[in-house]
Structure formats: C-alpha cells, structure tokens
Design a protein. Structure first.
Length: 450
C-alpha cells in the first residue's frame, strides 16, 4: 500500500468553534493584529506552534496516574531520568518547566558579557536568553540556506568553516559553547546531517569548547538522517538519536515538542561542576532538582513520550503529512522554504508579497489575512520576531502532533490558495507598542493602506 495513514485512532474529540469574517476582524482589532493575543476559542485551526499543543496517547495518560508528587526524590523523576539517560547517555538530567527555562539556566551559568555563542540558527527564546546575559548570539547557517527555493537534503547544517573563522577571530576564551538546533527551526524546520554534527564536534573538540544540542525535534531530525544519509538507512531512529547525542556534551530540550507533552523540558550535561551550578540555579527559580517546576505526572508523561516519538510508523506519518501540506501549496504557486521541513511549512512571505517592504512586515500581513479569511492561526518568523537578525520574511504553519486529520490540512491548503489569489490587495503593518525583549509575543500593530 502506498497510502500513509495516521498510525493511531481517535479516542476523544474536542469541538471546534466556527466564527464569521466580521467576528474575526473584530477579534483582530481587539488584539492589535497580534495573533498571540487572540483567544484560543476564536481559532478554528491553530498552527501557531507545535509546542505543547500535541495530543497525548492513552499510555501517557495512564502513566500520569502513576505520578509521584513527592517534593524530593520522586519516583517519577527516576523514571524520567532512566528514559533520558537511556536515550542520550548524558550523566546529569535536570528537569525544567519547559525548554526556555533550560536555556536560561544553561546560558546564565556559561555566558558572560562579551561572549559569543554560535548556532546554525538560534530560535527566538534561545537568542533572547543568550543576549540577556550580555553575550552575543551568532547564526552560522550554510550559505546555500539563504535561497529558500533551493532543494538540499540537509539545509539546516551549520557552516563549519564559518564556525572555525568565528572562533579564531573572537578567541576561544570568548566562545563558552557551540550549539546546534536540530531540526533548524528558524531555518525552515530543515534537518541537520549526522556528518555535520560530527564535523562540529571535531571543531569544538579541537578548541576545547563544550558542544550542546538544542534537541527539541531530535526524533524528526533522526528520521531525516535515516531517509537521506546512506550510511544510516538501516539504523533505527533510536540508534541514530543515540549517535547524535553521543557527539555532544549536553543538550537543552523542550518536551513540548518531540515528547508529546503539554509542558516540560530538561537540561542535560556531562560536566559535574557545571551541572552542580545549574542545579543550584534551578533550585532558586524552578524547584528542587527532582521535579524542576513540574508535577510528577508531567515527568511520567515525558518519559513515555520519549519512547513513543521514536516509533518509525509515527515518524514516517509525521514527515509525510507535513510534506503533503507543503507540496499542495507550493505546486500551486505559493513559495515555501524548500524542501518541506519536519514540524512545519514555512511560506516565503517576502517572495509572495514583494509589494510589502520588510519594514512593513509582509509575513505578519499574511498571518493576519489567513486568520481573517479562514480562522487559521500561524506565526511570523521574520522581522517582527528577529528584527535586524531576520534573514527572511517567513510565515510558519506549525502542525501539532497527532491533532489534526488530513481533511483539516485540506482546509488549510484551500484557505492558503484563496489568500494567494488576493495577495495583491494585502497591505503592510507598523508596530505601535512593543516590549524590549521577544516583542512578537505582545507587540501591537496598526494596518497600513495597501
């Protein structure tokens, strides 16, 4: 059989609420045209993020009933620790309430003003947590990644030659760590090859610099490696993931992605001294090191999710279903970041709306119109989110795990194609209010006339 079906059946359903175009226009005005500020009840299909929005399995719900809510030494923690160490091999497992908490602790311990932290491409919270310490976040994607239409099997790779030049120019003492994001979220959800991870490991080992993975979507990245890297074709996703982690000194992880959990994350390390500093900071802001700001039931849900996400049938379905959305709009003239990534499709709004200049936020304009037209929420990945660091003006359609059926995705395809027909009528936006950090979460906008 050629048809790839969902490798699960639906056991519980949640109703969706339909709204009118006039209602959605009113909601947009009240929210300052910022889709983060809309009420979830007013969204028909929510593709804002794949973080914490997935559907948990019956095994995860069953595991939550075993949750040990002891303040210290919880059995739930030891089950999580066993699952994480069995997968990653890291010595220390430090639970946190989500991935950005792991980032904050890691960078607070390791970074100082004047330092530089390279990455293939930093995501929003990663960059913000680095810069909050006074350090500088530097993106080192492949030069070819700047062409959104170019097809490369591992477009998320780091430019290793550029990494070496950066270390030489800044001085090894000013590079506290090197990080790779797998998959490369800001770069279009593109995978990183195992060979590239090895090359980065070789550079960091030569200079004596710690090497960390931002491993939020490690399982999706492992599946791409299995499909596209010949030497790994006969390996299981779990075997590939273990090899990926074995090349690093630690990782940050948001369990809200490739662990199917609604909340949670962890920070891993091999260095005993650093781990102790990180645990001390964890106690100050998150909680005791055996719960890290989470309920015991959440720890158990994550432990089960880490096993389920590496199921080959699930991963095949996940990647194929995302590509289905991408191909159905790209083949009809909507420019996307090629090839389709793992967790999301990214529309190149700068290319789609060339009449809207970057400073008028073309991807924000597209996001607003897609919601107004069809009740679909997406997110801008461009000059609103990254300011001067933005390389492209992208609209991300992030697909929650095990939530929507193919008919939902067909509706999304139809809506995007209809908006594409109206694209000449879309105008830009200007920001009227914004915070000093992570402005895309709470900024308010005003539409400009086309």
């Amino acid at each position: 059989m050629k048809t790839i079906i969902e490798p699960f059946r639906i056991k519980s359903v949640e109703p969706l609420r339909r709204t009118t175009t006039a209602q959605r226009q009113q909601y947009l005005e009240q929210a300052g045209y910022n889709l983060f500020l809309l009420d979830a009840k007013d969204i028909l299909i929510d593709l804002l993020t794949d973080s914490g929005t997935g559907a948990m399995s019956s095994e995860q719900w069953a595991a939550m009933m075993r949750g040990d809510e002891s303040y210290a030494g919880s059995e739930s923690f030891f089950r999580l620790k066993a699952a994480v160490q069995g997968l990653t091999g890291f010595r220390h497992v430090i639970p946190t309430h989500q991935g950005r908490a792991a980032e904050r602790i890691l960078f607070s311990v390791m970074c100082h003003p004047g330092d530089v932290v390279p990455n293939n491409t930093h995501f929003d919270t990663t960059r913000a947590n680095i810069e909050f310490t006074g350090a500088r976040a530097v993106d080192l994607p492949l030069p070819e990644a700047h062409d959104t239409q170019l097809h490369l099997p591992f477009k998320g790779n780091m430019d290793v030659a550029a990494l070496e030049r950066l270390i030489e120019s800044e001085g090894r003492e000013h590079v506290p760590l090197v990080m790779l994001t797998v998959t490369n979220n800001s770069g279009g959800g593109q995978p990183v090859s195992l060979e590239n991870i090895r090359q980065v490991r070789q550079v960091t080992a030569r200079y004596g610099i710690p090497f960390y993975l931002d491993a939020c979507r490690f399982a999706e990245n492992a599946w791409f490696i299995r499909q596209r890297e010949r030497e790994c074709a006969l390996l299981t996703p779990k075997e590939i993931a273990r090899e990926m982690f074995s090349l690093a000194d630690g990782c940050t992880f948001s369990a809200k992605k490739d662990a199917f959990a609604n909340i949670g994350g962890f920070l891993c390390a091999n260095d005993d001294r650093l781990a102790q500093q990180e645990k001390d900071l964890l106690i100050l802001t998150e909680g005791f090191p055996t719960y890290g700001g989470l309920a015991g039931r959440d720890l158990d849900a994550i432990a089960v999710g880490l096993e389920e996400v590496l199921d080959p049938d699930y991963l095949e379905y996940r990647i194929v279903s995302t590509a289905y959305l991408g191909r159905h709009i790209a083949d009809r003239g909507v420019p996307i970041v090629e090839p389709p990534g793992g967790h999301a499709i990214y529309i190149d709004a700068g290319r789609m709306l060339p009449h809207i200049p970057r400073h008028q936020f073309p991807a924000q304009s597209l996001a607003v119109e897609l919601y107004r037209h069809a009740g679909i929420r997406s997110v801008e990945i461009g000059s609103v989110m990254f300011g001067e660091h933005a390389r492209h003006e992208l609209l991300r359609l992030a697909i929650p795990r095990r939530v929507y059926t193919q008919s939902h995705i067909d509706y999304v395809v139809e809506a995007i194609l209809e908006v594409n027909e109206l694209k000449a009528e879309l105008g830009g936006y200007e920001i009227v209010e914004q915070p000093p950090f992570l402005r895309h979460f709470s900024a308010r906008f005003r539409p400009l006339k086309p």
